[in-house]
Design a protein around this ligand. Structure first.
Ligand SMILES: Cc1cc2nc3c(=O)[nH]c(=O)nc-3n(C[C@H](O)[C@H](O)[C@H](O)COP(=O)(O)OP(=O)(O)OC[C@H]3O[C@@H](n4cnc5c(N)ncnc54)[C@H](O)[C@@H]3O)c2cc1C
Length: 453
């Protein structure tokens, strides 16, 4: 009986010892797998690259991790593949060109602005040149030279880079960011985490919206996501028939009209008719206003003014005089210098005017209407292409919950956001990249400082 009890106790002790040993081994294995950094930056777009550099410059031990095989993929295709690094307009103008919460960037710009971006790149050996509308490009016209300069700086600063590594989640412990978990289950610890994973547009560049969930887990609000800087669709018969497909109009004033027919916004730039609707710089800039207006009306009028610098009556008088002065010439030949022939023929046909008639046959009222169309031809927009086809994602992590001087989360210590994941969106032309680089700079500086205190 005594012997039996002894045996039982012995086997119980062995089980306890074995379990303890196994647990210790598991823990040790985990410890080997866990690595400690001062700062982890998730995402190697312009915001993440800049954040990693800024944190590294503070002396922090930084890990930059990206799920793609290359860093800066979207940056490399911006500005038609030449990398539209920033814009040289004055700060006040830059803010105006960031209609999605541009004002939130005032404090950030007082620390680091577009001129600082230019100096920053020049210090890295990348000379920039200014093009139309203040857009800045590398003189090499090669996006890769910009990306390489950033990568060299990361190397100098001994930032650890890991690519092809998808992050599954950000870990939070007792009200502070504690690190990340990779898709392979690897746990990496850090004092601070910077989320720089971009928005949801053009997902083949890596921006698939993974960061919103991590932000929500930290208690952040994600404002409604929508496509911006996106081509617009229309069911107008002439669009469906592809009558004007491929025609581009130069320097026209495009306005988005509300229900009362009042212009909500006007942009004077080029535009393009496509097989599905409208595109080109003026339309891209108007697109976010169309998206918002489509919530109020099923089809939104988009007005095209071909001659924004001349009023309708003056235009009528000038065209009328030219026709009168050449009474034998066909209408289309007199008016050809005014606009592209395809557009001229389209507007004449729309108003039932034969292009071959001469001045004596000119119908008065239809001609008035034709001149009116030159100034205010209206296309009904019924939608836009989808978010993944948009240049930029509107909405994101609410800026109300972000410290504008530090890009730090107001909800979680040691957590920082930068770039397009934030509810900030600008027009194309270098404004989104400027926002990404500026917010990245601040996030990196402050995460670096935070991690070292
Ligand atoms: C075709 C095109 C042209 C553009 N042209 C202009 C322009 O002329 N001017 C302008 O201002 N803006 C332009 N933009 C917009 C601009 O490029 C973006 O606003 C900018 O790149 C956003 O930078 P970001 O660092 O926030 O994110 P991104 O550049 O989107 O980078 C995010 C990075 O995070 C990584 N990532 C995402 N999820 C994970 C995860 N789970 N784990 C690990 N890594 C992850 C991605 O792989 C990616 O590398 C253009 C965009 C496109 C698509």
């Amino acid at each position: 009986m005594r012997q039996n009890t002894f045996k039982q106790n012995l086997s119980f002790a062995i089980i306890v010892l074995r379990t303890a040993f196994r647990t210790r081994n598991v823990k040790r294995k985990l410890m080997i797998k866990m690595k400690q950094y001062d700062v982890i930056v998730i995402g190697g777009g312009p915001s993440g690259l800049m954040a990693a550099i800024a944190a590294g410059e503070q002396g922090a031990d930084v890990l930059l991790i990206d799920k793609g095989n290359k860093l800066g993929r979207k940056l490399a295709i911006s500005g038609g593949g030449r990398c539209n690094v920033t814009n040289r307009l004055p700060v006040e103008e830059i803010i105006k060109h960031i209609p999605g919460n541009g004002r939130f960037l005032y404090s950030a710009f007082s620390e680091f602005n577009n001129e600082d971006i230019i100096k920053f790149f020049e210090n890295l050996g990348i000379k920039l040149k200014e093009e139309d509308h203040g857009r800045m490009f590398p003189v090499t016209d090669k996006a890769q030279s910009v990306v390489d300069a950033l990568l060299n700086r990361l190397k100098q600063l001994r930032v650890t880079i890991r690519t092809n590594e998808k992050i599954k989640s950000v870990t939070y412990e007792d009200g502070h960011a504690a690190g990340i978990v990779t898709n392979n289950g690897e746990v990496i610890h850090s004092q601070a985490v910077i989320i720089a994973v971009g928005g949801k547009s053009v997902p083949h560049t890596g921006s698939t919206g993974d960061g919103y969930e991590w932000a929500e887990a930290a208690g952040h609000t994600i404002t409604e996501l929508f496509p911006t800087e996106v081509p617009v669709t229309s069911a107008e018969p002439f669009i469906k028939k592809k009558t004007l497909q491929g025609l581009s109009l130069r320097d026209v004033a495009v306005s988005v009209l509300n229900k009362k027919g009042k212009a909500i916004v006007t942009h004077k730039m080029d535009m393009l008719f496509t097989h599905f609707g409208l595109s080109g710089p003026a339309i891209l800039r108007c697109s976010q206003f169309i998206v918002k207006e489509l919530k109020k009306q099923p089809e939104v009028p988009v007005r095209i003014d071909l001659f924004p610098d001349i009023n309708e009556e003056t235009l009528f008088q000038k065209m009328h005089k030219e026709l009168k002065d050449a009474p034998k010439k066909a209408l289309k030949n007199v008016l050809k210098p005014w606009m592209q022939e395809r557009y001229l023929l389209f507007l004449l046909e729309k108003n039932g005017i034969s292009p071959n008639i001469s001045f004596s046959e000119l119908p008065k009222e239809p001609f008035r209407q034709f001149v009116k169309d030159c100034k205010q031809f209206t296309v009904l927009a019924n939608g836009t292409l989808s978010l993944d086809k948009a240049f930029v994602t509107g909405g994101g992590v609410s800026v109300k919950e972000i410290d504008p001087k530090k890009m730090a989360s107001k909800k979680m210590d040691g957590l920082y956001f930068c770039g397009e994941i934030l509810d900030i969106h600008g027009y194309t032309g270098g404004y989104n990249i400027t926002s990404a680089l500026v917010t990245g700079r601040l996030a990196g500086l402050n995460a670096g400082r935070f991690s070292l205190t």
